[in-house]
Unconditional design. Sequence first.
Length: 444
Amino acid sequence: MATHKKATFRLGSLSQGSGKPVIVDGARSPFVRSFGVFADTDSLELFSRTVSGCLRRVDMDVSEIDEIIAGSVIPQIKNPNVARDTILELGLPSHIHGFTLNQACASSLQSIMLAAKTIAYGHPHIVLAGGVESLSQVPISYSAGARKTLVALSRAKNIAMKWRALRAVKLHHWIPSPPPLAEPLTGLTMGQHGEIMAQKNDISRKDQDSFALASHNKAYEAQKNGIFDREIIPIWPSPRYSDALKKDNIIRADSSLEKLARLPSAFSRPFGTLTAGNSSPLTDGASVTLVADEKRAKALGLKPLAEIVDMECVGCDPHDQLLIGPALAIPRLLKRHRLKVSDIQRFEIHEAFAAQVLSCLRAMDSPKFFEKYFGESKALGRIDDDRINVNGGAIAIGHPFGASGSRLVNSLVFEMQRHQLEYGMVAMCAAGGMAGCLLLKNIS
């Protein structure tokens, strides 16, 4: 159980760290479909409860924490720096630094990477790194015309000036507008880019539906067998706080290829191949990972589970294949450590869309792709299905944008623990033509 002591600043009392970043533990909320049971639970509530749940499981003095980093893609107006607000909300020592970042879907993976880089630089830190997304409470904006009217009204000094401001009002100015989901450079949505990738890589609708069905089946078996119990902490949804939610509610046990085949195309009608069934759904949830300097962790009596060996971040041309980044990051990271695909016992590859994952897998097995991007004719090779997302992925479990990276890391670390596997790898695509990849080694 975490204990709360008065904050103290230990000038010069911290010894030099090992420079080896390790993962000690992690926790997440249940992932639930947006506009459902978490509809009245905002990002601060979701993230702070997840942080609190993680700390309750770790036997350490909370004053030893140095930093909290949160990823959030669509921050809420009230708590744009949800990391710092969580520290204050929970009554944690005020010396704990907190900041929030946005790197699209890879945000919480980037928060873990930043923690690891700081530790590798020599700072013996203890960091809670993760993220949150509450798409149920997405901020709604109004047009520039509505904004100008409100500003003019606030500055009006008399009735005549207010009347002139009101006469300029146009009805269409007050139509609310949700945050745009399209890429600013291409004008296309993620799903439309997924359709482009499916066409370029010859990914059929049947292939996508089969992948989605496998994701649901694997996630259902994992949920039924208690695999997710270690990573999920219960959340009592506001405003009633009556019943605790203890498991993800998107996973389907009754899915089938026949049901998936009947779904209409979602992004390129009527002939598109991406549907609501083979794409990740809008999701609310939070996740956090405890990252520490190995030497300091052991000095505090904490047991490291996995070492963060290395990481890779890449960009790619968003006009070509927006979400192909994992196929670039994985080979670069493996080559740097002279590892082969067969050396990695488990891969967690983010499932934004079945078409995107299948495109990346096909690209890594394509000499033509490697010649184009790496100037080499020898491809990485095929990654066996039984090593990828063995407990399901975001298509089944859900994808709260700011939290998915931490969820993938926690799931992988716990999977490596269960089966005593040496190496694991997390890879994520992200909007803007970005990707991140993390190499983990079991040290328990």
